[in-house]
Design a protein around this ligand. Structure first.
Ligand code: ATR
Length: 281
């Protein structure tokens, strides 16, 4: 029976052992009674081309791509979605029926979906947005916020030149501000986003004073280990609404799962619980 065909997907990265994506996708495969598996694909730097080119022959419907391969993988695609092109990286490969490879980046979609899931009334144009960090994750967040209608995005990065370069590349509504003014740059913002690695498990907390941040500003951290970073804990203690990074991870997976397995999956409270338990373990 055609619907019993075994379909494979996975995540290519190096290292990749810590990925929570198998838990997510295999939960959905079971829930929707699909015949397939989502596996870890440890692909060393330098082996990416061979690995990507082998996907179709191995029976893969596609895969996720994570660090350090996200930028390099884009160049190996036969076609790239406009959003991924703007972000400058892909996080998903879909093997097309003719064997060609299509690259997408669902991180921005996942980010916006996670905000709306936690705060359905959220609007990108509610006021100025401060984004900290100018790495790969920042690019996805910035492109998604701009596409969603943000009018004023203040970009701040420890290495100022990187913020200036990224703001110049993306153009309006993104403008760069010096890292030194980050504490005061929070005045009048409707939203603050951390895309830096600071506050992640094993790293020190972000060096940021929230005294000028309006108490109704939404504070978003794309980190999900831990679920509550020191930034989010500090924001919550002073009354700010917060969103952690788990929703972004879960929501970026939904369109990828649909592209590979043909079902747009749901995020149920049970799945969220399982993911939170795995993150705390
Ligand atoms: P990702 O793809 O996850 O965004 P990345 O490209 O390595 O990862 O980016 C990490 C981000 O965290 C960068 O914006 C980095 O700032 P620099 O451009 O100055 O390196 C930021 N970051 C790392 N360590 C930091 C620190 N101690 N203080 C502030 N920002 C830091």
């Amino acid at each position: 029976m055609a619907d019993k065909k075994f379909v494979l997907a996975g995540v290519m990265g190096w290292p990749v052992g810590h990925s929570r994506s198998p838990l997510l996708h295999n939960h959905w495969l079971k829930k929707y009674k699909l015949n397939g598996a989502y596996v870890l694909l440890p692909v060393q730097p330098g082996r990416l081309t061979d690995a990507v080119r082998g996907l179709g022959a191995l029976g893969f419907a596609g895969c996720n791509v994570t660090l350090p391969h996200k930028v390099e993988a884009m160049a190996l695609m036969d076609s790239v979605a406009p959003m991924a092109r703007k972000i400058g990286a892909i996080n998903t490969v879909v093997v097309q029926p003719d064997g060609s490879l299509h690259g997408t980046n669902n991180d921005g979609f996942g980010y916006i979906a996670s905000l709306l899931e936690a705060h359905p009334a959220w609007h990108a144009d509610a006021g100025p947005i401060a984004v900290l960090g100018a790495g790969g994750a920042a690019r996805a967040v910035l492109v998604a916020l701009a596409e969603r209608g943000a009018k004023d995005i203040r970009l701040l990065n420890r290495t100022d030149t990187k913020a200036l370069e990224l703001a110049a590349e993306l153009g309006a509504p993104v403008t760069a501000l010096p890292w030194d003014v980050r504490h005061d740059a929070l005045a009048n913002v409707a939203m603050l986003v951390n895309t830096t690695s600071q506050g992640m498990h094993g790293n020190p907390a972000l060096d940021l004073d929230l005294h000028t941040l309006p108490r109704d500003a939404l504070v978003s951290d794309i980190i999900y280990v831990p679920l509550e970073t020191p930034l989010l804990a500090q924001a919550r203690a002073r009354g700010n609404p917060t969103v952690n990074g788990l929703g972004m991870l879960m929501n970026q997976a939904r369109p990828a799962f649909e592209a590979w397995f043909g079902v747009m999956p749901d995020i149920t409270p049970e799945l969220r619980q399982a993911m939170e338990t795995s993150v705390r373990a």
